[in-house]
Design a protein around this ligand. Structure first.
Ligand code: FES
Length: 91
């Protein structure tokens, strides 16, 4: 990969360390990390980001212990901890 000079940010997703460019949303970071799904529906089905603009609520995750954060509306921050249903049960 070519070095673009972009600022890189390190965070964890379900306990796994990843690195993304500054300005990346948590939803994009989840996709880049290969995480399938952000939360479970009331019927226990995995759900994932759909609209990407804060409307559908399907991208809810737990960020730094705060449940129901919208991954598509949250920018990644250095040291951030993101948990999905894969680790946290109902996110
Ligand atoms: S993807 Fe729809 S609210 Fe985040």
């Amino acid at each position: 990969m070519t070095d673009t000079g972009a600022v890189r940010i390190r965070l964890t997703v379900d306990g796994r360390g990843i690195e993304v460019e500054a300005g990346t949303t948590v939803a994009a970071a989840l996709a880049m990390a290969g995480v399938s799904g952000s939360r479970l529906s009331v019927k226990g089905e995995p759900r994932a980001a759909l609209c990407g603009m804060g409307v559908c609520q399907e991208c809810r995750v737990t960020i730094d212990g705060r449940a129901h954060a919208l991954a598509c509306q949250t920018l990644c921050r250095e040291g951030q901890s993101v948990r999905t249903w894969n680790k946290a049960g109902e996110a």
